[in-house]
Design a protein around this ligand. Structure first.
Ligand SMILES: [Zn+2]
Length: 305
């Protein structure tokens, strides 16, 4: 979808971005890879939706069986008992309050989820060090979701994050399936990085997209292209080595009339996106490309960017 312009932008940001990726740890990448082996074969939706669908089918079956023996009240109770509960522990659970000065892998996990709230033009590092950027991002996250904005990540903040994440650790409004259509091939290891790294990168850009979506009033966004393997990337006009082949990029379009491609581009500047290409940039009249490269490479002249 994004063609050569995404590739050109990639070349400009190449050295810094590549250096970051070379040294940046992906603390839970392997763990998630193990947990998400079936994603490539999923043709639709996200895991939570699938769980709901399975539960719904099961409930209907049980209800039908119970009705058949004349027990409507029992059927209702069965539906309640099989409803899915919160999924926090299926993904990641924080065990301590985090604040300015603390460090660790739990800080990195927090940073991934609040990186879209660090402020205009701030593309914060996921480095496990809770400093000024993280404090600001947590404050903005808290404020955006109606929590007391003290910049300290405690139980209330973690509860909100749990509510926003699926069991596979993606944010609730984005999914690996949607973000890895990849010419019909799904997420695979044939991009510019390993499957585990592509998955981790996708998760990170999706969390920033979740922030972007909320910033715009929770109007739905659709991902028209996310991860692409090298062959797919080349097939849609790229060189086969652009941001999409790393899993770091999403092409977004509005999914209702409440927002526009320009609004996406403009708000993306506040959502931790290092790369933004939208209307006015060649080849981007029908989508806005965002990515999490280091630095800042933005162009959408029709949107004042
Ligand atoms: Zn793109």
């Amino acid at each position: 979808m994004s063609g050569s312009e995404c590739v050109g932008a990639r070349v400009r940001g190449w050295r810094r971005w590549d250096g970051r990726m070379g040294s940046a740890p992906h603390p839970l990448g392997a763990r998630f890879a193990d947990r998400s082996d079936t994603l490539e074969t999923q043709g639709h939706g996200n895991s939570r939706k699938d769980t709901h669908m399975r539960t719904s089918r099961l409930a209907r079956s049980l209800a039908a069986m119970t009705l058949a023996i004349g027990g409507l009240t029992v059927a209702t109770a069965t539906v309640t008992a099989t409803a899915p509960t919160a999924h926090a522990d299926e993904c990641y659970t924080w065990s301590r309050t985090l604040s300015n000065g603390t460090s660790g892998s739990d800080v990195s996990q927090l940073q991934i989820r609040v990186a879209g709230w660090a402020g205009y033009g701030v593309n914060m590092a996921i480095d496990g060090q809770y400093g000024g950027q993280t404090t600001t991002a947590v404050k903005n996250f808290q404020s955006a979701y109606g929590l007391a904005a003290d910049g300290v990540a405690g139980p209330a903040t973690f509860s909100k994050i749990y509510a926003l994440q699926d069991p596979d650790c993606t944010p609730i409004h984005f999914s690996y399936a949607e973000a890895s259509e990849n010419c019909g091939r799904g997420l695979n290891g044939n991009g510019s990085v390993s499957l585990a790294t592509a998955r981790e990168n996708l998760k990170r850009v999706m969390w920033r997209a979740e922030a972007l979506r909320h910033r715009m009033g929770d109007h739905p966004l659709r991902v028209t292209s996310g991860f692409r393997d090298k062959a797919c990337d080349a097939g849609v006009g790229g060189t086969g080595g652009g941001q999409h082949t790393y899993g770091t990029a999403l092409d977004l379009v509005p999914a209702d009339s409440g927002t526009t491609l320009c609004k996406i581009a403009q708000n993306a500047r506040y959502a931790g996106m290092g790369g933004i290409f939208g209307p006015g940039y060649p080849g981007h009249s029908d989508h806005t490309h965002v990515d999490i490269r280091s630095g800042q490479t933005w162009s959408a002249s029709q949107c004042g960017i």
